[in-house]
Design a protein. Structure first.
Length: 426
């Protein structure tokens, strides 16, 4: 029957799901009658946890004989929540999910909720192993985990309790992984982590992310495109800035862990930057790399947020030239300081999130319009669809998944660019 993995949340989870599939398969789960379903959860919002529980119930209805295993950040932070579910056979922590031995120890049906929960203290984990994968199923680009965990304690965030403290994969292992993926046909590799820009602080010599980027590009000349997942701009080092200016193979798209546009809210979030820092960073990157494209995470309705504070989040979209936005209505997570702060009414939180999305949608459409008539190199993700170097979605009727096609942008439909391959445009 095989092993099915249901993935929620971030790119790091997507990468780890490939490791889970391999390790669970090696442990023989796919040979069980009924097979196995592994649910790799996310804990970033209460809604993410709700969706995971819903998916577990659906998986049981559709696979009454399958073994259902729950893991990921929500399983790490709320093991009892999933251990109490009758549909669940085993709950594994974030460290345990990456080991085949964890799946070989699958309990028999009918055990009580305490026996089936196997979640250790993530804060005791000191290293992040390099889990080699040969491919990312169904994707034109490959993800490589270079870092895990986070040493910061933003007041709204539960993730450090799901991922543990920051730890890095040694540079040599990262380079080997990238080289392996390129040899398997991937044109683009994305470096990913929970707090990517903290990479290297725990390694000998404390190399920074910029050094890792330049080392990869130097030692794997066959790699066509290197991309970064979400970064914390306040941690961007000099080598990273130089790489953006000098390395054309480093993609000009940066997704910022911004979270808010008001200084008082940023302080209450326990962020380490102010709005002026982010604006200055975007201006400097554009000076170094004029084609830079910025995305950002922004939370609407954080506790104590006034209308004026909220407007600062609206204004920073234009001030930073943001075009690829992820908007989140604030979701109190039990155990975090923000959950104990004075809360806004849920209706107001949702309304502000909707207003931010409206502004973000307009910024994205303006970005699409600005590319009309330009030439772009598009990585085909699936037949008829790909992404530019700036990570903008584009419709293109040429090329196989994983192939890079030169094209002219002839317009957009409000959601994606319309691209014509150069040979046809001529």
């Amino acid at each position: 029957m095989g092993v099915d993995v249901l993935t929620f949340g971030c790119r790091l989870n997507a990468y780890e799901s490939e490791v889970i599939k391999r390790e669970a398969g090696e442990a023989g789960l796919g040979e069980l009658d009924g097979g196995a379903v592994v649910v790799n959860t996310c804990a970033v919002t209460a809604e993410a946890v709700r969706q995971a529980r819903q998916a577990i119930r659906k998986a049981r209805r559709e696979n009454p004989e399958a073994r259902i295993i729950v893991t990921g950040c929500a399983a790490q932070t709320e093991p009892g929540t999933f251990g109490e579910m009758d549909e669940v056979d085993l709950v594994l922590g974030n460290e345990e999910k990456l080991k085949s031995s964890s799946y070989r120890a699958l309990p028999e049906f009918g055990v009580n909720q305490f026996e089936k929960v196997r979640v250790n203290d993530i804060m005791e984990v000191q290293e992040t192993a390099s889990h080699m994968v040969d491919a990312i199923e169904g994707r034109a680009r490959a993800f490589v985990q270079v870092q895990n965990g986070c040493d910061h304690r933003c007041t709204f965030c539960i993730i450090p309790y799901g991922r543990g403290n920051s730890r890095s994969v040694p540079m040599g292992a990262v380079v080997d992984q990238v080289r392996r993926l390129v040899c398997n046909g991937y044109a683009e590799v994305v470096l990913t982590g929970v707090d990517l820009t903290s990479f290297g602080a725990d390694l000998p010599g404390a190399p920074r992310l910029g050094k890792l980027v330049r080392t990869i590009l130097s030692q794997v000349p066959e790699l066509k495109r290197l991309r970064l997942s979400s970064i914390d701009s306040i941690e961007a080092d000099e080598h990273l800035m130089r790489a953006l200016a000098e390395e054309e193979r480093l993609m000009p798209h940066l997704h910022l862990s911004l979270q808010h546009g008001d200084d008082m809210i940023l302080k209450r979030m326990k962020r380490r930057h102010l709005r002026a820092d982010t604006i200055a960073f975007c201006e400097e990157v554009r000076r170094l790399r004029p084609d830079a494209v910025f995305g950002a995470d922004i939370i609407a309705g954080f506790p104590t947020e006034t209308e004026a504070m909220f407007e600062n989040s609206v204004k920073i979209i234009d001030e930073c030239g943001l075009s690829h936005l992820h908007i989140f209505p604030f979701s109190p997570r039990e155990g975090t300081p923000a959950a104990r702060m004075p809360q806004l009414q849920r209706g107001l939180v949702k309304e502000r999130a909707a207003r931010l999305r409206t502004v973000g949608d307009a910024a994205y459409r303006a970005h699409l319009a600005s590319l009309d008539g330009t030439q772009q190199r598009i990585l085909v993700e699936k037949p008829g669809l790909g992404r530019t170097e700036g990570f903008t979605l584009a419709a293109i009727d040429k090329g196989n998944p994983g192939e890079i096609v030169e094209a002219t942008i002839t317009g957009h439909d409000g959601d994606k660019l319309v691209a014509r391959p150069l040979a046809e445009a001529a």
